[in-house]
Ligand binder design. Structure first.
Ligand code: NAD
Length: 453
């Protein structure tokens, strides 16, 4: 999709073909033309409607608002967004876009229903899902199971994990009963557009995520996105549903962190712009995938020490740096989580082998190592603990490293085993703390991988 000229495209339904012929449409280079009903004409729905029509699909927009429906039917965009006004007027001229309050009678002809209604914040901060429920009921009541193929119902609104399984599917099943699979195919496909570049983003998304019941691709969604170049992920509903929460929270953390550093610099008479340019130039460690994956807590001789010092610097300067302030607490919470994960199924006195003691593999730095903290907690909790880490040679530990190790784990020397012993004994639990557990041939009833959650 993405080309505005259309030649020889395949029409999925009679109505879509009829429209394509009526406008003497040069069809898409590849892909199917569809008849798509878009519920909710806000920023997301209007952008989708404009871009789908631009791609040659026939689109019916649906909204409760009289003004929005009337504006779309006049070929006028109800929102300001670069490119959208022209796309609307083109789409109206070629009869590829209309709007209505009630699309029930049209659903039989449609190939796809795209749900883009709002999910505003409720008083307690959760998303209000009542519009999602309402539109789902409308679709379920209007769609008929005697269709040549199920109506693909695509949810694009941001919804909490579990919404499709626990709210949407029960509504469809409640109304359609045993005919549900013949009537609808439910898909979750989060929207990643940014207002002000929404149309560009639609055709050049950072990624395409499609959630389905079994995590397998949907052929209709594959056809919809044919020709769009972006990384694709087919997942179950929940992984797809949480994506937007993760992305938007991360974007917010980026803004918040940059501003904390910015105001600290301003207060200290440091040029925040220069600091930012230096920071952003580092695409190996700073602005990269490095460090950004769920696994072990951070530790070692630098990160905890320097975060603490930055906190102190901000405090001295009278700067509220709430994000920086929360980082060490967050790391401690992760250490508690790791301990709980390891011990939740363990019987008292169980035999545990921890692979990895230093803060990362191929290092013997034990200072503030979260793995050493874990071993220490396991020992104090009464488990029979052995540790395998070929980088640790007790006789070679010195200075602060030695001091930290023996202050926090006095029995270090007795706990260490070599590979031969680790592989000879059997354990109730193997804790892979540094990613090297897989290389060992260890007999363990249970394995917990802390290196990669
Ligand atoms: P919006 O509030 O601008 O528009 C929602 C529209 O849905 C409104 O026009 C409303 O009248 C309509 N609506 C509500 N109930 C309806 C019903 N029963 N039938 C038909 N129409 C109905 O919302 P938006 O900004 O377009 O966002 C929609 C969803 O997409 C939200 O979940 C949002 O979080 C998500 N999202 C938004 C953006 C963005 O940049 N705005 C980006 C990605 C995802």
């Amino acid at each position: 999709m993405g080309a505005s000229g259309r030649l020889g495209g395949r029409c999925r339904s009679y109505k879509a073909c009829e429209f394509a012929r009526a406008v003497n449409a040069t069809a898409l280079d590849e892909g199917d033309l569809m008849y798509i009903v878009v519920y909710g004409l806000g920023y997301v729905g209007l952008t989708a409607a404009a871009c789908l029509a631009k791609g040659g699909h026939k689109v019916l927009g649906v909204d409760l608002s009289d003004e929005k429906v009337a504006a779309v039917n006049r070929g006028v965009s109800p929102i300001a967004e670069p490119g959208i006004e022209a796309a609307f007027s083109e789409a109206r001229q070629s009869n590829l876009l209309r709007a209505t309050h009630d699309p029930s009678a049209e659903l039989a002809e449609a190939d796809m229903a795209m749900v883009c209604v709002g999910t505003p914040s409720s008083a307690d901060g959760t998303h209000d899902l009542s519009y999602i429920a309402e539109v789902t009921r409308q679709i379920a009541s209007a769609v008929k199971p005697d269709r040549p193929r199920p109506l693909t119902v695509v949810y694009r609104s941001t919804i909490r994990p579990g919404t499709i399984d626990d709210l949407v599917l029960p509504i469809f099943r409640g109304i359609l009963g045993d005919t549900v699979d013949a009537a609808v195919e439910v898909v979750y496909n989060p929207e990643f557009l940014r207002e002000s570049t929404a149309m560009k983003d639609y055709f050049n998304p950072p990624k395409i995520v499609v959630g389905t019941g079994d995590g397998k691709p949907s052929s209709t969604m594959e056809a919809l996105y044919e020709g769009i170049d972006a990384p694709r992920f087919n997942t179950r509903f929940r992984e797809a549903e949480i994506t937007k929460f993760v992305d938007n929270s991360w974007h917010a953390v980026k803004v918040g962190f940059a501003n904390e550093i910015g105001r600290l610099c301003v207060r200290l008479g440091i040029d925040a712009g220069i600091v930012s340019r230096i920071f952003l130039s580092d695409t190996k460690l700073n602005v990269s995938a490095y460090y950004l994956r769920p696994g072990g807590a951070f530790g070692g001789s630098c990160l905890p020490k320097d975060v603490r010092a930055l906190q102190h610097l901000a405090g001295e300067a009278g700067i509220n740096a709430a994000i920086v302030d929360s980082v060490l607490r967050s790391n401690d919470a992760h250490k508690h989580f790791a301990f709980d994960l390891c011990t939740r199924d363990l019987t008292p006195g169980a035999r545990v082998l921890v692979v990895g003691l230093a803060f990362k593999s191929d290092s013997d730095d034990l200072r503030e190592s979260p793995n050493l903290d874990l071993v220490s907690r396991l020992v104090r909790a009464g488990y029979e603990v052995s540790v395998y880490d070929p980088s640790i040679v007790p006789e070679r530990l010195m200075g602060q490293n030695l001091g930290y190790a023996y202050a926090n784990l006095p029995s270090l020397r007795e706990l260490l085993v070599d590979r031969e012993q680790a592989e000879r004994d059997s354990y109730d639990l193997l804790v892979d703390a540094n990613g090297q557990g897989g290389a060992l041939n260890v007999r363990a009833r249970q394995i917990v991988n802390l290196h990669s959650l």
